[in-house]
Design a binder for this molecule. Structure first.
Ligand code: MG
Length: 376
């Protein structure tokens, strides 16, 4: 597979924080991907909520299946654009490693608990996981990933945290939030693939859960088009198959839209290498029309699924679990695992410990420490 000149080339990587000898059969980005797949945080994604709580049904997405879907979409677009598939895959598989239990509810709750102690941002936490919190190597903490993978993992970062990070790692992965430049094209792609994936699978999970109806989602213009096409091409099809076929068509349309739009942007900007691409503004993108339609679908899902009374009910209990765990551990640090209890930065250690939990472990710990059973 030939790489475009603006793709990230493992032979020109900015490298790892701790030097390692070359592997005989794998390049640096392939190695990053393998390190991520073998990490503890990656395995825990299977028991973490995407939208639906892990125990609500066996057929809903979890953070693990979401991450695999993002990787699949990102890789197939990377291949078409001659970007680095392995780097794209590594970033996609790692992008949600820092997510707390209970999805956004857990993250918002932890951010509130940490308000006086630097807050909590899940992208920054994903970077903390791969840089510090995985303890698997004899001579350093973290997975010691390449700059390019780490840059992709730090998708967003507040200005205040970017300055803090940049002070610790001058000119490193946080620099672009200060300079206003972009990450490599593979990182831009993994980010967009995330949006394509969750818009599609949240329609699927939303309808199959009964919280949304097909008729309701078919009022959203982006999706309506494919439902109408499907019904026209296959009269008398069951709603279930209409749902799947419409999602499949919507995914294809979005993937080809990104490929066409990005190919055009790359041809116009003609970046000579990956660094020039980073300075050329966002290049991996939807067309203006698709961007607007995708935003509209996102707003629909926000209002009708993420804010559905049934989801909101679990949200408030999830908040309670996270906030009460935080308070108990801060008061009784001996309840933490020893490696966390020993740390001098108490609140951050508690946040790291809670963020690493699966939904079910958090519920068990909450019951053990407070005697209450929530979300069962
Ligand atoms: Mg995601």
């Amino acid at each position: 597979m030939t790489l475009a000149r603006y793709a990230c080339d493992p032979a020109r990587s900015r490298g790892r924080r701790y030097a390692v000898s070359a592997a005989p059969t794998r390049d640096d980005f392939q190695r990053d991907r393998d390190r991520i797949v073998h990490s503890t945080a990656f395995r825990r994604l299977v028991y973490k909520t995407q939208v639906f709580l892990n125990h609500e049904g066996d057929l809903f997405r979890t953070r693990l299946t979401h991450s695999i879907e993002v990787a699949q979409l990102a890789r197939s677009i990377a291949r078409a654009l001659q970007l680095n598939e392995d780097l794209t895959e590594a970033i996609a598989l790692a992008h949600d490693l820092g997510h707390t239990p209970f999805g956004h509810a857990g993250q918002d709750a932890l951010n509130d608990c940490m308000a006086a102690h630097g807050g909590f941002e899940h992208n920054l936490q994903s970077l903390r996981v791969v840089d510090q919190l995985e303890h698997r190597y004899p001579d350093h903490d973290g997975l010691n990933l390449t700059f390019e993978t780490r840059e992709g993992i730090l998708k967003h970062c507040s200005a205040a945290n970017a300055r803090l990070l940049d002070a610790r790692e001058p000119g490193g992965v946080a620099r672009r939030f200060i300079d206003g430049t972009q990450p490599g094209l593979e990182a831009q792609l993994a980010n967009l693939a995330d949006e394509i994936a969750y818009n599609a699978h949240d329609i699927d999970d939303g309808v199959r859960s009964g919280l949304l109806t097909l008729q309701q989602v078919a009022t959203v213009p982006l999706f309506a088009r494919f439902v109408a096409q499907t019904r026209r091409d296959h009269p008398g099809l069951t709603d279930r198959r209409v749902l799947y076929e419409s999602i499949r068509r919507m995914l294809s349309a979005q993937v080809y839209d990104v490929i066409d739009t990005t190919s055009g942007a790359l041809a116009a900007a003609a970046p000579q290498d990956a660094d020039t691409a980073r300075r050329s503004g966002p290049l991996v993108a939807f067309s203006a029309g698709m961007r607007a339609q995708s935003a509209e679908l996102k707003r629909f899902l926000f209002a009708n699924l993420y804010r559905h009374p049934q989801v909101m009910d679990t949200t408030s209990q999830a908040r309670q679990v996270v906030c009460e765990l935080f308070a108990v551990y801060c008061q009784r640090p001996h309840e933490l695992r020893p490696s966390f209890a020993e740390r001098p930065d108490r609140e951050r250690a508690v946040a790291d410990y809670i963020a690493g939990m699966t939904d079910r472990f958090a519920l068990r710990e909450h019951e053990r420490l407070t005697g209450q059973r929530l979300l069962t």
